[in-house]
Write a protein that binds this ligand. Sequence first.
Ligand code: HEM
Length: 421
Amino acid sequence: MPDGVNVAGAVQAPGTGQRILGWLKGHMDLVFRIARTLAPILVVRIRGRTWALVTRYDDVQEVLSRPNVFDVPYAPKIATIMDGDNIFLGMRDEERYTRDKTNMRMTAPRAEAVARVGPETARLAAAVIDRARPAGRLDLAMELTQDVTTRLFGSYLGTPGRSLRGFSDQARGLFGYMFADLFDDPARKLAAEPLAAAMRGYVEETIAARKLARGKHDDVLERCLAFQEMGLPGFSDREIRNNMIGLIVGALPQPPMVIPQLFEVLLDRPRELAAAQAAALAGDDAMLARHVFEASRFYPLTPGLFRNCLEDYRLAAGTWRARTIPAGAFVMAATRSAMFDGRKLRDPRAFRTDRPAEAYMHFGYGMHECFGVYMNRVMIPEICKAVLRLPDLRRAAGPAGRLRMDDEFGIFPMNLTIEFG
Ligand code: HEM
């Protein structure tokens, strides 16, 4: 097969990209399966640009392990949000990347995932569920997970927002702009600009207010200011603002995506649901987490992670499937496909709870692996546990009992109502 299949003649009209993506979305796992077998590294030219789809486990990890060849595409959108600046999510493997990610890790120590995030998540989830108990109905998206996530990170980061709903809507709008606007739609940029300005304004005011009330909080913002006082590089007001916005936009929207999606899977699998419930009731957190992340494999956050290829690169060199990805190509490292690659995973289409940790790439892979990974591993199962412990758990009747996504981006769960008791 040639290194680039030019389909430019066939694909011209505006919106074609969206239509192709729409079709692929509906048939994703089948397309990935065929691609993994016949063209594991697919390189095509569409409308003058080279696109590469990488579907095998090893190759996906190779792409994600070369951050200076396969660069994250987020910097231009981050610049819109941060008024011209970048944050570590948008950087290559460079000095500032390491400094800034290390700085933020110092403000949110890994040990706090278990010691603080876990118990706080359990408390917040119990409060929502107690309110839902009399009616015996609960929406897992906006009512439960959005509420818990926004409150949890509001207090842990030190940025609760002016209103819970408004703040999480703002974060979701910015997340959609950053990650779901593949074709750089000018309308999306116009919509994101005022959201970004409002977010910057809020975080700047919060930093200024905190400077007048120091020593009363124990959160990420307080620790940033303590490091600023110590004179550590990377903690100017503006850098604190940018990194705080990065965490807010990363943290708030994603658990409310992943959790309803994995319940959409579990609720259709009575045997696995029963086993997950048994683990939740028995307090077997390890087994519960295995069920949760395995269910998520069947409906993960995203089909894949995108990268800009900066130089000609021979991927899977030395194998029959090796292909040269040219500089300028837009590459999708299909993590969803990788998590179904039978060359790495035993019995990939089966729901199994005995998979090794490396079967999963829910939180990315390589240098840009999720900053919140340790928190996610605790908080996601904790929220699920609160739901799985409910007696007689089932989908609500009618459309409310089916996962409904947002109209604007089509990636955010808006509702999945369950009944219980
Ligand atoms: C369900 C929850 C979450 C999921 C599924 C998730 C997923 C991901 C993934 C896949 C990446 C890698 C992006 C790439 O390589 O292109 C990532 C990066 C990142 N995530 Fe998360 N995330 C979650 C929660 C969080 C939370 C709670 C925070 C903050 C507290 C956070 C902050 C970040 C940041 C700052 C990065 C950039 C890391 C870097 O560039 O080194 N995420 N996340």
